[in-house]
Design a protein around this ligand. Structure first.
Ligand SMILES: Cc1cc2nc3c(=O)[nH]c(=O)nc-3n(C[C@H](O)[C@H](O)[C@H](O)COP(=O)(O)O)c2cc1C
Length: 203
C-alpha cells in the first residue's frame, strides 16, 4: 500500500492551500493510497533550538509533537506539503517543521557520512503553494527551501503546484480549474510512488 503523508502548513483551517491539498488527498485516496494528514497549526512544536542533541542518534531530542511527525515522515513513500507564501517563503509553521528536520541532515551527513551532494531520492514530494500577488519570482524562495528540505528527506521534488493572485480565505473556490488540477495531480502522484524502498533508514 502506498503511504502518503499530507502536511497542511497554513494557519487557516479552510484556506486556499488547505482546499487544494484536500483535493490532492482525495485524488490519492480515490486510487487506493493510504493518506495520513497532519495539520501543523494543531501541533505543539518548538522551533529548532540549535543544541545539536541529534548528533548522537540523528533523532531530535526535543520532546514535543515533532516526534510523531518525524516517525510519519520517515515512514511515508510520498509527501504532499502545502504552504502559503509568507514573505516570499513558506509559512512559519512549515519552516519550524523544516528546521526540526535538521536532525535528518545530521543523520545523513554527520552520522552516516553520505558525501555532500550525493542524492538518493527514493521518495517523492509534491509541493502546493499560493500567494496573493502576481510577481514572476513569487515562488522562487519557497521552491529553493522546499528543494533542499525534500533533498534531506531523500525525496525528489516531483511537482509543485503554485497559484498566484489568491488572497482571501476561499479565493481558490473561484478557480475550479485549480481544484481539478490538484485532484488530478494527487491521483498522478499516488500512482507515481514506488513502494519498493521506504525512505530514510533511521535504525
Ligand atoms: C504573514 C503573511 C505574509 C504574506 N506574505 C506574502 C508574500 O510575500 N507574497 C504574497 O504574494 N502573498 C503574501 N501573503 C498572502 C498569502 O500568501 C495569501 O493570503 C494566501 O492566499 C494564503 O494562503 P492560505 O489561505 O492557504 O493560508 C502573506 C500573508 C500573510 C498572512
Amino acid at each position: 500500500m502506498k503511504k502518503i503523508l499530507a502536511i497542511y502548513g497554513s494557519p487557516r483551517r479552510k484556506g486556499n492551500t488547505t482546499l487544494l491539498l484536500d483535493h490532492a488527498v482525495q485524488g490519492a485516496l480515490d486510487i487506493g493510497a493510504q493518506v495520513e494528514k497532519i495539520v501543523l497549526r494543531d501541533l505543539r512544536m518548538s522551533p529548532c533550538l540549535e543544541i545539536y542533541g541529534c548528533k548522537e542518534t540523528g533523532r531530535c531530542v526535543i520532546q514535543d509533537d515533532f516526534q510523531e511527525v518525524y516517525d510519519q515522515l520517515i515512514a511515508c513513500h510520498g509527501l504532499m506539503l502545502a504552504s502559503p507564501i509568507f514573505f516570499y517563503t513558506v509559512s512559519a509553521h512549515t519552516k519550524i517543521l523544516m528546521d526540526r528536520c535538521q536532525s535528518l541532515w545530521v543523520k545523513k551527513y554527520w552520522i552516516d557520512k553520505v558525501p555532500y551532494g550525493q542524492r538518493n531520492p527514493n521518495r517523492k514530494g509534491l509541493f502546493i503553494s499560493v500567494g496573493a500577488t502576481k510577481g514572476k519570482r513569487l515562488f522562487d524562495g519557497a521552491l529553493l527551501t522546499i528543494k533542499y528540505f525534500f533533498d534531506v528527506s531523500d525525496m525528489e521534488l516531483w511537482k509543485a503546484l503554485c497559484y498566484r493572485e489568491l488572497d482571501f480565505e476561499g479565493d481558490v473556490l473561484k478557480h475550479s480549474e485549480y481544484l481539478r488540477e490538484a485532484y488530478a495531480t494527487g491521483r498522478e502522484f499516488a500512482s507515481a510512488l514506488s513502494v519498493k524502498k521506504l525512505g530514510v533508514d533511521n535504525s
